[in-house]
Design a protein around this ligand. Sequence first.
Ligand SMILES: Nc1ncnc2c1ncn2[C@@H]1O[C@H](COP(=O)(O)OP(=O)(O)OP(=O)(O)O)[C@@H](O)[C@H]1O
Length: 572
Amino acid sequence: MVKGTSSFGLPLIKNWGRDDDSLQSRSRNGSGSSRAASLDRSTRGSNTTLNSDEDNINVVIRIRPMNDKEKSCGEKQILEFPGKGQVICHTDAPGQKSKVFSYNVVFEPAATQEDVLEYCGIKRLLEMAVEGFSCTAFCYGQTGSGKTHTLTGPPGLVESGASPYSPEHGLVVRSFVYLFRLIQERPESHFILKASFLEIYNEKVIDLLNPGTARKPLQVRWSKDSRSFYVENLFTVDCEELDDLFAVLEEGMRNRSVGSHAMNAHSSRSHTVLSVRVRRELRADASVTCATHGKINFVDLAGSEMTKRTQSTGKTLEEANNINRSLMVLGYCIAQLSDGKKRGHIPYRDSKLTKLLADSLAGNGVTLMIACIAPTKSNISETINTLRYAARAKKIKSKPIVKMDARDALILSLKREVDVLHAENQHLRTALHVQTDYNMDSFGSRRSPAHVEPNKLYQLPPSELVELIQLHMAEGSALRAENAELFGLRDQLLRDQELLSRENERLLKKLEDVNSVCVRSPIIHARPAYSDSGASGIGIGSSIGISSGSGSGETNIWTNPAATSAGSKIGR
Ligand SMILES: Nc1ncnc2c1ncn2[C@@H]1O[C@H](COP(=O)(O)OP(=O)(O)OP(=O)(O)O)[C@@H](O)[C@H]1O
């Protein structure tokens, strides 16, 4: 999308006129000393241990500060943060012990938005998205616990068109800035970003960039190719610049369903999924370019609600029931997935939310869960529920993989195989003194695929692409045939060598017998045994002589010129 245009009803973008660094410096200045006490730095490193083998879901906890209402009621804080990613929940109930939970990182109430960006692990997720992994960050927690605040800041901030360098901005805007920085740091690659933004409202999928879909909700379908669920006809926006991503966020935030109830005046009434797809085209080697398909999803779940406490009625009650139902299915899925031993059927299909999160939870993606909780006693049961939920999610393992175009992966692997075979065959030819190149045609030219310019691969018509793959495959088979012949030849020569050395030993033995006969003969002078003569490396190719009886000259008793040449050849 070109900066400043509004081809699909997005607001015009302002030119912010600031660079990325000012986001950090402002935030640093703004956060002040509270930052030092706000999180467990000892566990900071655990956020970056995501690797491409098998990973646990990264789970962090954020505790919001007490709100004015809680303060005015004289509410007590019941949470303690001893460090090392622990949260202690003091229940106060007689006979009940305090509960201790452990996570990757705990953000205390004084933690700033910048702290969350720095230490929750989102930077690693963004780096992995750029490398081609599918990544998801989702906020979970009861209503009013600070999920939307963590992702997009206080109510109305994004919609007001505030500068992206406002210290109040949440993880999404900060991640966009970081993502563009990552892209700028990789000038060798070409990136294409596409964003989409949807909400699941009362089990209906609505495109937040095309609000008309509220009347005709979108369908969630299963893709046999990618083996995952997807939303049919979802609008995606090309984002060439940072402002394009902000515009997508702003438009979606304007259109999402927000309501009011006793516990939150700006309560999200839907689950939202903001996705940024990152296609990276990079040169794998001198002649092959390949593309990876990464993705980062930001999921703002609607909060679980105790309808008695939120005093929901009518429309708000219906929304709450749908929210609670889908969160319950998510809870079942998490419980099943976290039970490594008896993992049974996982009910992804029971809600739209779990269908869309299936890949993030247990597939090939990398996932960050930010569990938001309130610090006060009046929220204790929801807080313990959330902490348990999060502890269970922490046990889930996934196997992140890089998504690559099938075509590119095929060409790349064929090319690598061909290169390995070339090198091996060349080595064998040299070692065996073989001149023949089996991969040459009768006119002596190599049957290799035509050289295709890097970055041109994508422009090739399908027929030429198929031809290129076929040529690579043919070259691979020719090289494999040559490889087999060269190995066959080598084995044959090794067998010949074995036979010749046995023959050599037999003859030496015979020679020593002859020598011992000579020693005993009164007319022939004794001669030392050949094994003692210092000629330990003597071979049948050597010219072996014994003295004649008169000692006047030497008589060659046996030589084998054919074996001489073979022996020297093999021995090399
Ligand atoms: N860390 C925080 N610092 C300051 N204010 C916060 C923090 N977390 C939450 N708040 C404030 O608390 C209120 C409720 O937060 P928010 O709307 O983000 O909750 P939520 O979990 O998204 O609720 P719901 O599920 O109902 O949408 C908002 O006014 C928000 O700005």
